[in-house]
Design a protein around this ligand. Structure first.
Ligand SMILES: Cc1cc2nc3c(=O)[nH]c(=O)nc-3n(C[C@H](O)[C@H](O)[C@H](O)COP(=O)(O)OP(=O)(O)OC[C@H]3O[C@@H](n4cnc5c(N)ncnc54)[C@H](O)[C@@H]3O)c2cc1C
Length: 266
């Protein structure tokens, strides 16, 4: 990747203005993905002086700065204690530690990568994303937006909710992208379930969630649950797996995940 000019931003406003000054200007996260997709960049905008590396907490939320690395979040004890290690479990399967020490949260979310192992867990944790200009919105709303925002992702907000979690990434080799991933979180109020790498981007299985959250004896509803899931979410083919294989995996891990979060709640 060739970078014509390097700009070390002095404020978010400064970074935003430079981003909008040219269509081939880009924010730098860890640059791991960027270097795969961009041969040449006019201006690379570095956010390192803007204090976005931190993970902070309020009474109700964890606030993850967009320049925090994946490894920093993976090893953030407080966050992982609250979410029953869901974040840690999902990230451990992404390449190696050196890689996760470079890849940033901002760079991992903004691209809405279909293969992402992070988006599903953040969806079931009801995370919100905070942009410099567009402000805060739910991660789900951001994933459903038609256009990619030309904005700066400042932070991710994760509500403090205790519960039981389940995460499974199925991949053909340890370092490959997922054929399918599933994240589940059972809070005091409800179970939330997301499937990613279908091969579409992670999405909540809302119909299955409705059934499980309204039916105390869910075991009798297995077939209904599975049908609701397969009708609502689209599973397809790509070079990593077929639609039929993905559907089979989805059914298996839907039931396994529910059993696990229910069992661990006893
Ligand atoms: C070889 C390889 C294997 C991978 N395997 C997996 C995997 O198995 N599972 C998985 O979940 N992920 C995987 N990833 C994705 C990886 O985890 C990161 O999500 C990815 O590298 C992006 O993070 P980054 O910090 O390097 O972002 P960059 O490459 O720096 O940026 C990516 C994009 O986001 C923009 N950007 C960065 N930060 C901001 C910000 N704060 N505001 C606005 N825009 C911003 C950049 O301009 C760029 O367009 C893989 C990536 C690679 C390269």
């Amino acid at each position: 990747m060739k970078i014509q000019q390097y700009h070390r931003a002095t404020s978010l406003e400064d970074a935003y203005n430079v981003l909008h000054a040219g269509s081939n200007n880009h924010i730098l996260g860890g640059a791991l993905w960027l270097k795969q997709i961009a041969k040449e960049i006019d201006t690379a905008i570095d956010l390192q002086d803007l204090n976005l590396h931190e993970i902070e907490q309020t009474e109700t939320h964890f606030i993850i700065g967009s320049m925090a690395t994946l490894y920093r979040l993976e090893t953030a004890q407080a966050v992982n204690e609250w979410c029953d290690q869901l974040i840690k479990n999902s990230m451990q399967h992404i390449m190696g530690v050196a890689f996760r020490n470079t890849a940033t949260i901002g760079g991992s979310i903004i691209g809405r990568y279909a293969f992402s192992d992070l988006l599903g867990p953040l969806l079931v944790l009801n995370a919100e994303v905070e942009f410099y200009r567009a402000g805060k919105m739910t991660l789900e709303a951001f994933l459903n937006e038609r256009r990619m925002p030309q904005d700066i992702l400042v932070a991710v907000h994760i509500p403090k909710e205790r519960g039981q979690s389940f995460f499974k990434k199925v991949s053909n080799t340890r370092l490959d992208f997922a054929v399918l991933n599933i994240a589940m979180f059972k809070s005091k109020k409800e179970i939330r379930i997301a499937f990613g790498s279908r091969p579409g981007v992670a999405a909540l299985a809302k119909e299955a969630m409705k059934i499980i959250n309204q039916t105390p004896s869910w075991q009798e509803q297995r077939e209904t649950l599975i049908n609701a899931l397969l009708e609502e979410l689209k599973f397809g083919n790509n070079q990593r797996g077929s639609e039929a294989y993905r559907k089979q995996l989805a059914q298996t891990y839907l039931i396994r995940g529910i059993e696990e979060v229910m069992h661990n709640d006893r």
